[in-house]
Design a protein around this ligand. Sequence first.
Ligand SMILES: Cc1ncc(C[n+]2csc(CCOP(=O)(O)OP(=O)(O)O)c2C)c(N)n1
Ligand code: SF4
Length: 301
Amino acid sequence: MRKLTIPEEEYMRSGHTACLGCGATIAMRYVLKALGKNTILSIPACCWAVIPGVYPRHNLEVPLLYTAFEVTGAAVSGIREALNALGKEDVNVVGFAGDGGTADIGIQALSGAVERGHDIFYIMYDNEAYMNTGIQRSGSTPIGAWTTTTPGGKKRMYKWEPKKSVAEIMVAHHIPYVATATIAYPEDLIAKIKRAKEIKGPKFIQILSPCPTGWRHSPDKTVEISRLAVQTNAFPLYEVVKGTYRITVKPKKPKPIKEYLRLQGRFRHLTEEEIEMIQRIVDENWRELLKKERCSQEVKE
Ligand SMILES: Cc1ncc(C[n+]2csc(CCOP(=O)(O)OP(=O)(O)O)c2C)c(N)n1
Ligand code: SF4
């Protein structure tokens, strides 16, 4: 039997205020299981600013600092340096922010923080839109998606720009650890956080976190959709350790992207031609990733 590597300890209690089936709550639960109690969170304006509830009745067993939308990178830099000054270098300092707060408005603070080399974790929980304020498109919204600011209509004004690759932007900062993860693969997610914990310096992990409210799917499909994102290569799981890529889950026979899209109302409007176009983009991105893995491993040898 396969050894279960998911820690039993819980640092997130029930009684949060998220929607039914929220993937972002599962992401937090696993992140805290991997990091343990000696952790401090910094959370900007986003769904997770609301989910824990109000102090002293919030649902997390670790301290957290709420900040303005755009400053997570700066906040975690400050917390880290303050703790170091107190001799508390063993505390895990974690920025936990949505894709809007990371890919768009918070990207300069994040870029500065990782470029300065602070010993921090930055977790981007990626629900692929600004969900907390009513499902507006972000730079991380995937191509073809409906959102309230890409509402379709006669002119088919959906989100036609490609999803911004924040993980690759982080790789370009030459930081020691970058990874993608998702909630349907908890062992992979927890192993990555634990691996990152062993590394000093900035660590960036992007966790795909399905959002039933914004993705327009049934709450009981959250984990299935998260798994399909990997099995169709829509959201590959990989890590980049000091520049060397390793794909951690390689689907033997990738499923057609249609299987991922058809479970989500935000893609309901797509024509067969548009689905084919998305399939081509997914295939191209996958080939590109395989190439990066091959080339970076060759350079290492
Ligand atoms: C400077 C600023 N602009 C806008 C807002 C309003 N606002 C609060 S949360 C939010 C959306 C956050 O989106 P994201 O970071 O993707 O997290 P999610 O809500 O999806 O969890 C916005 C636009 C704000 N708080 N501050
Ligand atoms: S809107 Fe989405 S991300 Fe926000 S709490 Fe609800 S399910 Fe979670």
